[in-house]
Design a binder for this molecule. Structure first.
Ligand code: DGT
Ligand code: CA
Ligand code: CA
Ligand code: ZN
Length: 583
């Protein structure tokens, strides 16, 4: 057994953690952390790169780190790491990963209470022993208990933003083979879930040999978990697990339906089939007798497409994003499924940044990129003054920027409409970051939470309501402020927030960045049901982010959202009218 890229990255990451607990120079700590990040992103086996002498061409990998990689490739271990482990108990690294606990606290628990593992920390906290430590208290002790629980809930699922590009590349790679007649992603990634346990890929082919062969020998495979004629599984160097199944084209519809799931949706489908005297599985719909035994003499119904599975059962076709057994089967039976929004419906993007705050590209560059992507109107919405780390705009700079946007807009002569906007901070005390008379001069005002995210429910709710009730605020950006993988959503009274947004006709954003996906689907659905307006925006900080819109569309679809509910699917004339009718 030799070390994979992922294992090598993990070792560097742990070295960084242990160095930090030991109080090492931060640059030294960072050099290991960055090396780990680089290695996680490398799509090729380090062994191959090393044999070509290319390790030091990778970013953040100098001679020292490269030598350590070679050592691990040759000996399966790292002397430096073994020495660190002798000095710093490994369990402290787990403790450091609790939300709100850093290297200093980990060291404090170790020094004062001799705690060297999560289990020991948990029992100390439960016994109330942490509260008396210097700088701690009952509150921080409770936070640690919450943090340990949150950590144990982390499941090792990949975010869709990481999994989808990788999955699509593999699918494309397999579809290049002449044997592949058809292919698709299935499972949770096809349903558009925000996190993915493993990637499921289906290929229709008569001869599966060459397909499986290519799959298990791809360059980015870390480990082969299984290699058979109908199913193979691998773990990629990134740690992501991928299953490929090969089946006959004649059974494509039942197989795709079965392996797309969800399990709960499948269970209901099978029940409906039974009610109609049919047994449904991945191979076919088979007639059964009264004792539910398959009639071998009767002809099976093969489905080479998914629509046929649904129509045979008397159902409307259910889009994959809805297949969670949350009312879609009942709606399909009544023929009243929503007409879900599609990427093609989106004609605008109302949240993006430029070099004026923390974006990478100038306003002009962003505008040109939006024109290229066929957008009809956009808003430039840089950060506001209290967000110092994001180079937020002072009032003077905000007004200067608005002037520049309007000049540019006039120059463009209607090729695209560019609105002068802002993404204004909702301050920790609930105040708005710009005074009303300034906001009144802007075309489009977003208000967002960026700080005070740990506050209690009444405070957070009040801040959101303050923003919604401000007559100049048009939209709440990324309302729950969650970020994958570990920043949880704020705690707010969402019923109250949605009701206020409805009353004030304030837009709630579905932020399309795969790190955010916020509103989440469940809240988007509640918003839609209440008639709250939505907008799906990229929050682009550089041109490439403009291409992330579809992640947001998928979230909207999982929330049963239709184009009508989403303002940036409206024509500019309609949107402008809506804006001008606001106070
Ligand atoms: P994941 O991977 O945890 O994000 O979620 P899924 O939904 O992709 O689950 P996975 O990969 O275990 O299985 C893919 C699909 O295959 C699942 O959505 C439904 C179907 N499936 C898996 N196991 C069973 C089973 O035992 N019975 C039925 N009816 N379907 C199954
Ligand atoms: Ca899966
Ligand atoms: Ca699977
Ligand atoms: Zn923001």
């Amino acid at each position: 057994m030799s070390l994979s890229n992922r294992e090598i990255a993990d070792i560097f990451e742990r070295c960084a953690d242990m160095l930090q607990i030991r109080g090492a120079n931060i640059h030294r700590v960072l050099s290991y952390r960055r090396a780990a990040e680089t290695i996680r992103a490398v799509p090729r086996d380090l062994r191959v790169i090393s044999s070509e002498g290319g390790l030091t061409d990778l970013s953040y990998i100098g001679k020292t780190i490269a030598a350590k990689i070679d050592e691990m490739l040759e000996t399966d271990q790292l002397e430096f790491y073994e020495r660190l482990k002798a000095e710093v108990p490994e369990g402290l690294v787990d403790i450091m990963h609790i939300n709100g606990v850093g290297p200093k606290k980990a060291k404090l628990f170790w020094d004062q209470l001799d705690i060297t593992s999560l289990a020991e920390l948990l029992s100390a906290a439960e016994a109330g022993k942490l509260a008396d430590l210097p700088g701690m208290g009952a509150k921080s002790q409770q936070k640690i208990l919450d943090g340990i629980e949150a950590l144990s809930r982390q499941t090792g699922r990949a975010s869709i933003g990481d999994a989808l590009p990788a999955a699509q590349r593999i699918l494309g790679h397999l579809l290049e083979l002449p044997e592949a007649q058809e292919g698709a992603l299935a499972g949770s990634i096809r349903r558009g879930r925000e996190t993915i346990g493993d990637v499921d890929i289906l290929i229709a082919a008569d001869d599966s040999g060459p397909i499986m062969q290519r799959f298990v020998t791809m360059e980015n495979v870390g480990r082969v978990l299984g290699h058979g004629p109908t199913k193979s599984s691998v773990e990629l160097l990134s740690g992501l697990q991928v299953d490929v199944r090969v089946l006959e084209k004649a059974r494509w519809g039942t197989a795709l339906n079965y392996f797309t799931g969800s399990l709960a949706h499948n269970v209901k489908m099978r029940q409906i089939a039974l009610d109609r005297g049919l047994s449904l599985n991945e191979h076919a719909l088979s007639p059964i007798d009264d004792s539910k035994t398959i009639l071998e003499s009767a002809e099976k119904i093969l489905c080479d497409n998914e629509e046929k599975v649904y129509t045979t059962l008397g159902l409307q076709y259910v889009p994959p994003e809805l297949r969670e057994d949350s009312g879609e089967i009942e709606a399909a039976r009544e023929g009243c499924l929503p007409r879900l929004i599609t990427g093609g419906d989106i004609v605008a993007d109302l949240h993006m940044h430029s070099t004026w705050s923390d974006g990478k590209h100038s306003i002009r560059e962003m505008v040109d990129a939006c024109i290229q992507r066929g957008l009809r109107y956009i808003a430039i919405t840089d950060h506001s003054r209290s967000l110092g780390i994001a180079n937020g705009l002072s009032i003077e700079r905000l007004l200067a920027q608005a002037e520049e946007v309007r000049r540019l807009n006039a120059e463009l002569g209607g090729e695209i409409q560019v609105l002068a906007g802002t993404e204004m901070d909702i301050k920790a005390d609930g105040g708005m970051d710009y005074p009303d008379e300034i906001l009144a001069q802007m075309d489009f005002v977003i208000a967002s939470l960026h700080s005070g995210l740990q506050q209690k429910r009444p405070q957070v709710t009040e801040r959101l309501l303050n923003a919604i009730r401000n007559p100049h605020v048009d939209m709440i950006g990324h309302p729950s402020a969650r970020q994958f993988p570990n920043r949880e959503a704020v705690d707010a009274d969402w019923d109250a927030v949605l009701a206020a947004a409805k009353e004030r006709d304030t837009i709630l954003e579905i932020n399309a960045n795969p790190l955010r996906l916020d509103l989440k689907p469940e809240l988007a659905r509640l918003a839609k049901d209440l008639g709250v307006l939505l907008a799906i925006n990229t929050d682009a900080h550089q041109i490439a982010h403009l291409d992330l819109m579809d992640y947001g569309v998928t979230i909207a679809r999982r929330g049963w959202v239709e184009a009508e509910n989403v303002v940036n699917s409206w024509t500019f004339e309609r949107f402008e009218q809506w804006l001008s009718a606001r106070p």
